[in-house]
Design a protein. Structure first.
Length: 498
C-alpha cells in the first residue's frame, strides 16, 4: 500500500513538470527590437547599450544626444554599440574625471559610428598632467581615469573635417580592433598623454594622418599589429612634440602618400620643433608609390638642436618611394637587417646627420616592376657614420661627371667596410670634399652585362685622410681607383676578376 502511494506521487510530479514545460514553450515570446529601433523600457541605468538611451542606429537619425546621454547617465561604464550605423553630428565628450573608467565597444566589430560633423567622433579627456611615475598622479586621477578602452568599433567620417578619436591628457588609452576610415585624422593625440596602446587596428583612407602625435608630450606608446594605409598626410606622424619611447612594430604601413603635396611619408617624424628620442621601427612592411618629396621613413630634425634620434630601425621591408629612408639633422640612429628596395631616387639619403650605424642591409629592386630605379646612398654634410655589410646591385645613382652608388659629400669620419657593390652604372663609391673616409674590405665590380662602370672608387676635391685599403676593385673604363692623389692611402687593393 505504501509503495503504491509513492508511485502515485511520482507520477503526479512528472505530469506537473511536463505541463509546465509545455506551457512555457507555447507562451508567446517578445522578439528583440530590430536594428534601427530603440529597445523598450528606456535607460536601465546599468545597461550601457546606447539603444536603451534612445539611439536608433539607422544611419539617418542624429543619435548625438542619445549617445551623449548614455555617456553621462549610464552607470555601466562600458558603452555598447550593437549592429547598426549610429550617426552623430557633434563630438561625443567623454570626461573621465566625471565619469570614471570608461570603455566603448562595437560588440565584436558589428557597431558603426558615422561622424557627420567637424572634429573627432569621440574626445576622451582626462586630468593627468604628470608623468608615468606613480608619485606624479594627483589624488583620484589614476583610480577614475586609468585605461579608457575603445574596442571592436568602426568609425566612419562623413564630413571633410571629421576625425576619429582624440585623446587629451589621458593615462593608458587603449585601442584594440578599431576600424577608422574616411576621416581627416584617425587617432589624434594632443596636449599630454601617457602609456598609449594601439593593437590590431585598421586605419584607412584618411585625408590627413592615420596616427597623429600633434604637439603632444607623450612617453611610452606602442603601435603593433595594425594596418595603416592610404592616409595622405602620413601613416604615422609626429609634429612639434616631445616624445620618448615610441615603439612601432609588426605593422603593415603602406600607400600613405599624396601626389598633390610637396612631401609625404609613411612614417614621418618631424622634429623641426620639439624632441623625439628613444624609439623603434621594427618588423614592419612599409611601402608606397613614388610621390613628390616622398619617403617611406622620414626624420626631420632641427639643424641647431639635432633632437631627432636614438632610434633603431630594424628588420623591416621598406620599398617603393622616391626615397626609402630620409634622415635629416638626426643623431644616434641604427639601421640594421632591413630589406630596402625600389628607391626611385635614393635608397638612403642622410643630410646633416651624425653618429649613424647602417649595417647588414640588402638594397635592391623589385624585379616584378620595370623602369629605372636609381637607388643608392647619399651622405651629405654628415659626421661619424658607419656603413657595414651592405649589399647593392644595379644602382643607377650618379652621373658621368660625378656621383655613384654610395656618395660621401662634404662629410667627415665615414667608415665603409665589408660591402658588396655590383654593377653600378657610374661609380661604386664617390668621395668629394670629405676627410678621414675609410673604404676597406669591399668588393666593387661588374660581374655580368655590358661594361659601363667608370670607376670602382673615385676620390674628388679636397679629401685628406682618405684610406682605400684591402678591397677587390673592378676595372672601370676610367680605372679601378681614380683620383688617389696626395693625402689618400691606397694599400692592399686587388683587381676583382670578372
Amino acid at each position: 500500500m505504501k509503495d503504491h502511494w509513492v508511485l502515485h506521487l511520482l507520477l503526479t510530479l512528472c505530469f506537473l513538470l511536463a505541463a509546465a514545460a509545455y506551457l512555457r514553450a507555447a507562451a508567446p515570446r517578445e522578439n528583440p527590437p530590430p536594428a534601427g529601433t530603440a529597445a523598450p523600457g528606456g535607460p536601465s541605468g546599468d545597461d550601457g547599450n546606447v539603444r536603451n538611451f534612445g539611439a536608433v542606429g539607422d544611419g539617418k537619425t542624429d543619435d548625438t544626444a542619445a549617445i551623449q546621454r548614455a555617456v553621462d547617465e549610464s552607470r555601466a561604464g562600458r558603452l555598447e554599440f550593437p549592429r547598426g550605423d549610429f550617426r552623430i553630428t557633434k563630438t561625443i565628450e567623454i570626461k573621465l574625471g566625471a565619469r570614471g573608467p570608461t570603455a566603448l565597444s562595437g560588440q565584436g566589430g558589428v557597431g558603426r559610428v558615422t561622424m557627420a560633423g567637424p572634429g573627432p567622433a569621440f574626445r576622451i579627456s582626462g586630468n593627468h598632467t604628470g608623468s608615468a611615475d606613480p608619485a606624479s598622479f594627483k589624488s583620484g586621477v589614476l583610480e577614475r581615469e586609468r585605461m579608457p578602452v575603445v574596442q571592436d568599433l568602426e568609425i566612419v567620417g562623413a564630413h571633410p573635417e571629421a576625425d576619429g578619436i582624440e585623446f587629451f591628457q589621458v593615462m593608458q588609452p587603449t585601442l584594440a580592433g578599431v576600424f577608422i576610415r574616411d576621416v581627416r585624422h584617425g587617432v589624434h593625440l594632443v596636449a599630454r598623454n601617457r602609456n598609449v596602446l594601439l593593437t590590431g587596428c585598421h586605419i584607412y583612407n584618411c585625408r590627413g594622418v592615420g596616427v597623429f602625435f600633434d604637439r603632444v608630450n607623450l612617453h611610452q606608446a606602442i603601435i603593433s599589429g595594425c594596418h595603416i594605409s592610404y592616409c595622405k598626410g602620413g601613416g604615422i606622424k609626429v609634429a612639434g612634440s616631445e616624445i620618448r619611447n615610441l615603439q612601432i612594430t609588426g605593422n603593415d604601413i603602406e600607400y600613405n602618400y599624396d601626389l598633390e603635396a610637396k612631401s609625404s611619408a609613411d612614417i614621418w617624424i618631424d622634429v623641426t620643433s620639439g624632441t623625439v628620442r628613444e624609439g623603434t621601427i621594427v618588423s614592419n612592411t612599409i611601402q608606397a608609390k613614388p610621390s613628390p618629396g616622398g619617403a617611406n621613413i622620414r626624420f626631420t630634425g632641427s639643424p641647431a638642436q639635432k633632437d631627432a634620434g636614438l632610434w633603431s630601425i630594424t628588420g623591416n621591408l621598406i620599398s617603393s618611394q622616391n626615397v626609402n629612408v630620409h634622415l635629416e639633422n638626426c643623431r644616434g640612429i641604427v639601421l640594421s637587417g632591413n630589406s630596402i628596395f625600389s628607391g626611385h631616387e635614393r635608397s638612403l639619403l642622410f643630410e646633416g646627420c651624425r653618429h649613424l650605424v647602417v649595417a647588414q642591409q640588402s638594397l635592391d629592386r623589385n624585379p616584378d616592376y620595370k623602369g629605372v630605379i636609381t637607388g643608392g646612398i647619399t651622405l651629405r654634410d654628415c659626421d661619424g657614420i658607419i656603413l657595414n655589410a651592405l649589399q647593392m646591385s644595379g644602382t643607377e645613382a650618379g652621373a658621368a661627371e660625378s656621383g655613384g652608388a654610395i656618395e660621401v659629400l662634404n662629410s667627415r669620419e665615414i667608415s665603409l667596410t665589408g660591402c658588396q657593390i655590383f654593377e653600378p652604372k657610374f661609380r661604386g663609391v664617390y668621395v668629394r670634399d670629405s676627410r678621414n673616409t675609410r673604404i676597406s674590405d669591399c668588393t666593387i665590380m661588374e660581374r655580368d652585362g655590358p661594361a659601363r662602370m667608370l670607376a670602382a672608387v673615385e676620390i674628388a676635391g679636397k679629401s685628406p685622410g682618405t684610406v682605400v685599403q684591402n678591397n677587390h676593385l673592378g676595372q672601370g673604363t676610367q680605372g679601378g681607383l681614380v683620383g688617389a692623389g696626395e693625402g689618400v692611402v691606397n694599400a692592399g687593393n686587388q683587381p676583382a676578376k670578372r
